[in-house]
Write a protein that binds this ligand. Structure first.
Ligand SMILES: *Cc1c(COP(=O)(O)O)cnc(C)c1O
Length: 362
């Protein structure tokens, strides 16, 4: 039998002892059958061309990857419409966010972010030594309150995180709101615009992130290949920033942080033909989102307007109970205890299975 090692008397940083756990979406147990609508994943498997690239890349696994992912950075820059010096990649955009914060946050600096929002935020802020300052999202609409976030900025504020669409509530920030906000925030405060669900947005009132960055160089865009591009398991995210900030983020990044397989899979996904096919899949998911949102409205639900690949039910105290019921009926969803349920838009059958469950909750 294995025994554990005796506890050491080395103190952990208090910020680390106090960290909330990141709760991953429920996974399907081995041998079990369930629809996984708990992690905002893309339900489609990688394209054949991407699988080929991964298989070829696997034969070179004895070699270190390209440290700064030069070819991928070039491709992402071309894709985004910026120069390579503006792009920094990382092991998922969660890692990139950690590097952004490490590059600018000094111990005790304030980091303002909406809540409820992405659960990685409070963890990343605490690990970086920052002080979290949260601003509630609207309880009914699920929208960020940018005037309140601007008002929360003090001389101690170093960073503001803006999540659009907001995970887990779904709505976007509109261009005019963001302009007013950026005009109110001092230019030495970094504004991170997390666009993880960018490709799913169809609301024309959103800001063009790159245009925003050109006019407000204190903006950093965070993007990922985990959601629309369906590479969550390989971990590729990136930041788009002015060159000096980008260099700072690069400097603190984990060496060889993006694996060779992740680099080749991302490159293959950005090839024009793959890109077309992947965006058709995104379009199909957006069509499903419209269908699901319409069906839920018909059931009588009044939910926040989602522009992402998920819907939000502010169920309050009933949240865990409802998540349990969904699981019993073969659908895994993501509960946030006492607050609400997030349900990913998946394949048609999965969505139908969930809609049948949601109808029983009315
Ligand atoms: C999923 C998600 C990310 C991306 O995470 P990766 O680390 O790139 O997989 C970033 N921000 C938000 C708000 C997300 O929901």
């Amino acid at each position: 039998m294995l025994t554990s090692v005796e506890e050491a008397s080395v103190p952990l940083r208090p910020a680390v002892s106090a960290l909330p756990a990141y709760v991953p979406g429920a996974r399907v147990a081995a041998g079990a059958r369930a629809w996984k609508l708990s992690s905002n994943e893309n339900p489609y498997p990688p394209l054949p061309s991407v699988l080929d690239a991964i298989a070829r890349g696997a034969t070179e696994a004895n070699r270190y990857p390209d440290m700064y992912a030069g070819e991928l950075v070039e491709a992402l820059a071309a894709h985004t419409g910026v120069a390579a010096e503006n792009v920094v990649v990382g092991n998922g955009s969660v890692a990139v966010l950690a590097h952004v914060l490490q590059a600018v946050v000094e111990h005790g600096d304030e980091v303002v972010f909406p809540w409820r929002s992405f659960e990685a935020y409070p963890i990343a802020v605490a690990v970086a030594g920052g002080k979290a300052v949260t601003v509630p999202v609207d309880a009914v609409t699920g929208r960020l309150d940018l005037p309140a976030m601007a008002a929360a900025v003090t001389p101690a504020t170093r960073v503001v995180l803006v999540c659009t669409p907001n995970n887990p509530t779904g709505p976007v920030v509109h261009a005019d709101e963001l302009e007013t906000f950026l005009a109110a925030v001092p230019r030495h405060v970094l504004v991170v615009v997390d666009e993880a669900y960018l490709e799913f947005v169809r609301d024309p009132r959103v800001a063009d992130g790159v245009d925003l960055l050109r006019r407000h160089p204190n903006v950093v865009l965070l993007r990922t290949l985990s959601k629309a591009y369906g590479l969550a398991g390989l971990r590729v995210g990136y930041a788009v920033a002015e060159p000096r900030l980008a260099a700072g983020i690069r400097a603190v990044s984990t060496p060889f942080g993006v694996s060779h397989l992740a680099q080749v899979a991302a490159l293959a996904s950005l090839a024009p033909a793959a890109q077309d096919e992947l965006m058709q899949r995104v379009e199909a998911l957006v069509t499903e989102r419209t269908r699901v949102a319409g069906a839920l409205r018909e059931q009588g639900w009044e939910l926040p307007e989602t522009q992402a690949n998920f819907v939000w039910f502010g169920l309050g105290d009933a949240t865990l109970q409802r998540a349990g019921e969904a699981k019993e009926r073969g659908v895994l969803v993501r509960p946030f205890a006492g607050d609400g349920l997030r349900v990913t838009i998946g394949e048609v059958e999965a969505n139908d299975a969930f809609l049948a469950i949601a109808a029983t909750w009315r």
